[in-house]
Design a protein around this ligand. Sequence first.
Ligand SMILES: Nc1ncnc2c1ncn2[C@@H]1O[C@H](COP(=O)(O)OP(=O)(O)OP(=O)(O)O)[C@@H](O)[C@H]1O
Ligand SMILES: [Mg+2]
Length: 327
Amino acid sequence: METPVIRVKNLKKYFRVAQKGEGFGAAVASLFRREYREVKAVDGIDFDIHAGEMVAFLGPNGAGKTTTLKMLSGILQPTSGEASVLGFNPQERNPEFQRQISLVMGQRNQLWWNLPATDTFLLNKDIYKVPLDQYRLILDELVELLDLQDVLSSPVRKLSLGQRMKCELVASLLHRPKVVFLDEPTIGLDLAMQKKIRAFLKEYNKKYNATIILTSHYMDDVKEVCDRVILINHGRKIYDDQIKKLISEYAHEKYLQVDFENEVSKEALEGIGKVVEFGGLQAVIAVPRAEHAKKAAELLTRFEIDNIDIQEVELEDIILKSFADHV
Ligand SMILES: Nc1ncnc2c1ncn2[C@@H]1O[C@H](COP(=O)(O)OP(=O)(O)OP(=O)(O)O)[C@@H](O)[C@H]1O
Ligand SMILES: [Mg+2]
């Protein structure tokens, strides 16, 4: 197998934070003698990521996701361990490295507030030394992909949140990075805009074989954009594999969502599986994953059925369950 694009070995980041005691006495004491507490934000994680992979980096608030992405993009120095991205040590902040990566943070704004977004784009063009003809080409393409024609000349402060986020993406991708770190790129966006951004990321990945690591608290981002998932909790990796595998490992059941032609009794359904929801003409029945086809067939022969949908257990539930299993 080719060498991984991102290689992380026993990476750690500990923060030292001033400890504040309770009450006035402690506040006065802390003026003279500071007590520190160590926060193990990232506590020894390992992974390899190959070119073109789209990886979801998931975990509860404070798990260490942003800290890891910051170390991989060279913004934060690790306490110990190794990270290599595209063959560079991010810490060294080699300009050649910086020209090939991008960190997009949904919570941060790099655009100039009172100027049109194009002014920021031009500034980035200079920072990243993108030649003018290439800049024009890439900009046209990004503007087209993100449907931004109409907003480019308005001052950024007049744009909606979603329009701003799209402009952030353009500003971050103008130099056509090979590795893109996205920290909650769809936060606060409405469903339609989330969809557009997801479609755009998939397109960008496909077109340039870009490697994408994405953090998000929206499971639809994860399901639609990523193939692989890395779960972290308390700064440690607890799962790393294909999303499909995570689902089949944790979800031992599938749900049959059934619409009946005529009213049925709940008791009659209990022979099929666990009745999770029941409404006379509709029911949701949990059945063992391996038997879902057999159970669906059984329903069809025993009842007058209008429709059957076979549903996966929600990814969100699976992830919560896997965190609970690793405390
Ligand atoms: N500069 C800092 N100084 C001290 N502690 C920090 C600093 N940055 C992060 N932390 C702490 O490190 C831990 C990990 O934070 P991080 O921002 O990486 O979490 P996260 O997984 O991105 O969470 P979220 O989902 O809320 O964005 C938290 O306990 C946080 O308070
Ligand atoms: Mg974060």
